[in-house]
Design a binder for this molecule. Structure first.
Ligand SMILES: Cc1cc2nc3c(=O)[nH]c(=O)nc-3n(C[C@H](O)[C@H](O)[C@H](O)COP(=O)(O)OP(=O)(O)OC[C@H]3O[C@@H](n4cnc5c(N)ncnc54)[C@H](O)[C@@H]3O)c2cc1C
Length: 488
């Protein structure tokens, strides 16, 4: 078998894979991306955050293409969540007066969005091969040196590279070659059952493109407008319902919708799509997990291959593209001879872990707002009902978040109460004023790094120099493509 050689080979062409491949190819390196499916292919994860659209996608050069795709504009999230009986809205703009041109995201059909990113990777010089399934990594002594894959004709092929990137998502087993273990969070073990409707109602303007998230006794629903008429509707329920949900999906889905008055009302004039790509009722375990190590010499995990956290705040594609940006900076710095592998990849891992941890803690605080002793789902999601050791040790794994702070349980209870109070203040203030929300600790944390990425992408060399995230850590270069030492 002849072995081809590239600088970098990427397994998986989802948002994480096409982002890292493009950002490395832009720097002139030879990149091969292997994707199992032939695009466009279905994927869940349709609600984006602004940092993906205005940060990473701007660096990739697809901002105009996204704007032309006519995806619904998402100005924020509308929630029936917590103690307030009526829905409240979290908007990406701090206030109506300060709604800048980057304070929105899109709701996307992933088949279209992922194809835009993959086609862009081709234009940026990445060699993309679809219908190619990676089977294993090639190792030499303690280093990963390449990949083996089955090509679209069924032939066995091998490729060697300085770096192998696993961007193959949560179903592939490739990640295990990096070493360590994939640890699951007990707290977030749930199950999602989802389908698509035509002619569902829309929230009143200007929020018709918002995601609507509704807590109810058995869990919570997402309601995501994907066009003027198409809506993605999913229920997240406890894992013990697996048998029921898997058994007769149709009946289980109907029963869950009937249990939730707000979603029932929004769907009262709608009909479920039963043909084509959106015709299937799908079930996904949305268990949250975190790999104990994100890299080893020659191999790096990005996106869902490394970690995943509960979908309620739509963080999946952000974490995928953000981790891809971090990995690209590290690889570009190493290939340019600016940094050694350990320094560059430790910076990648520490930052990715931290960002994951920030979302993890925010989401635990967010769940804590729904205290309902009568409900199995919400009772189990109450922090004080959980084994503290499990939560503590999971948050410890996240790294950098919990150290040196008050005990986790107390901290989360405090942050959750503060967040709930911010929701109330905001509602009382009227006029869509988001300021109370943005001053709450957990919201500040989750918006911080995404805001930084956005700012750098929009302002480029004019962006204010950033501080290292860790003492002695690195900072992004002015073009955002590499790391450099901090000269503060
Ligand atoms: C129920 C649920 C709801 C969600 N909702 C949201 C949401 O609203 N917003 C959001 O941002 N995120 C959401 N997510 C998360 C989102 O789906 C993921 O985080 C995101 O798709 C991760 O991107 P990725 O590129 O890492 O992986 P993927 O998008 O999974 O891409 C991986 C790619 O690798 C390919 N592949 C797999 N194995 C191989 C192989 N052996 N060889 C070659 N290629 C391979 C796959 O075909 C795929 O194209 C949700 C997740 C779940 C479970």
């Amino acid at each position: 078998m002849s072995v081809e050689t590239f600088d970098v080979v990427v397994a998986g062409g989802g948002p994480a894979g096409s982002t890292v491949a493009s950002l490395v190819a832009i720097q002139g390196h030879r990149v091969l991306l292997l994707e199992k499916e032939v695009f466009p292919r279905y994927q869940i994860g349709e609600s984006l955050l602004p940092s993906t659209v205005h940060g990473v996608c701007r660096m990739l050069g697809v901002t105009e293409e996204l704007a032309a795709a006519n995806f619904p504009v998402k100005r924020g999230g509308t929630f029936r969540w917590g103690a307030r009986p009526e829905p409240w809205t979290f908007s990406f703009a701090v206030s109506p007066r300060m709604s800048g041109r980057t304070s929105f995201a899109y709701q996307v059909e992933r088949a279209r969005f992922d194809e835009i990113l993959l086609n862009n990777a081709k234009r940026k010089g990445v060699t993309v091969r679809e219908g190619c399934s990676v089977t294993e990594v090639v190792e030499e002594r303690d280093r990963v040196t390449g990949l083996r894959y089955t090509d679209s004709d069924g032939g066995e092929r091998e490729v060697s590279a300085r770096f192998v990137i696993d961007a193959s998502g949560n179903k592939s087993r490739l990640f295990s070659s990096v070493g360590g273990t994939r640890d699951y969070s007990e707290f977030f073990r749930s199950l999602a059952l989802f389908g698509y409707f035509e002619n569902g109602k829309r929230l009143p303007e200007p929020y018709s493109g918002n995601i609507l998230s509704v807590a109810f006794d058995s869990g919570w629903f997402w309601y995501i407008p994907l066009s003027d008429t198409l809506t993605s509707v999913g229920a997240v329920v406890r894992r013990e319902m697996a048998e029921k949900v898997q058994g007769d999906r149709e009946a289980a889905y109907k029963a869950l919708i009937a249990e939730c008055p707000l979603i029932s009302e929004y769907l009262s004039d709608a009909h479920r799509v039963t043909t084509g790509n959106y015709g299937e009722l799908r079930v996904r375990k949305d268990y949250s997990y975190l790999q104990t190590t994100f890299w080893r010499p020659g191999m790096i995990l990005v996106g869902d291959a490394a970690c995943f956290v509960d979908p309620v705040f739509s963080s999946g594609v952000h974490l995928a593209t953000y981790s891809a940006l971090l990995a690209a900076r590290s690889i570009n710095s190493i290939l340019a001879g600016d940094l050694d592998e350990k320094t560059a990849l430790n910076e990648f891992e520490a930052r990715y872990r931290r960002e994951y941890g920030v979302f993890y803690e925010f989401l635990v605080s967010f769940y804590e707002m729904n205290v309902n002793e009568e409900s199995y789902f919400w009772h189990a999601k109450k922090v004080t009902n959980n084994k503290h050791t499990e939560l503590e040790s999971f948050v410890d794994l996240v790294g950098g978040v919990s150290s040196g702070e008050a005990a986790l349980e107390a901290r989360i209870a405090k942050h959750s109460a503060e967040f709930a109070a911010a929701v109330d203040d905001m509602a009382a203030g009227g006029d869509g004023d988001m300021v109370p929300m943005f001053t709450s600790h957990v919201v500040r944390q989750v918006m911080q790094e995404g805001g930084q990425v956005q700012m750098r992408a929009v302002l480029g060399e004019d962006a204010a120099p950033e501080e290292p995230v860790f003492p002695g850590g690195l900072v992004a270069s002015p073009d955002g493509m590499k790391w450099m030492p901090y000269r503060g």
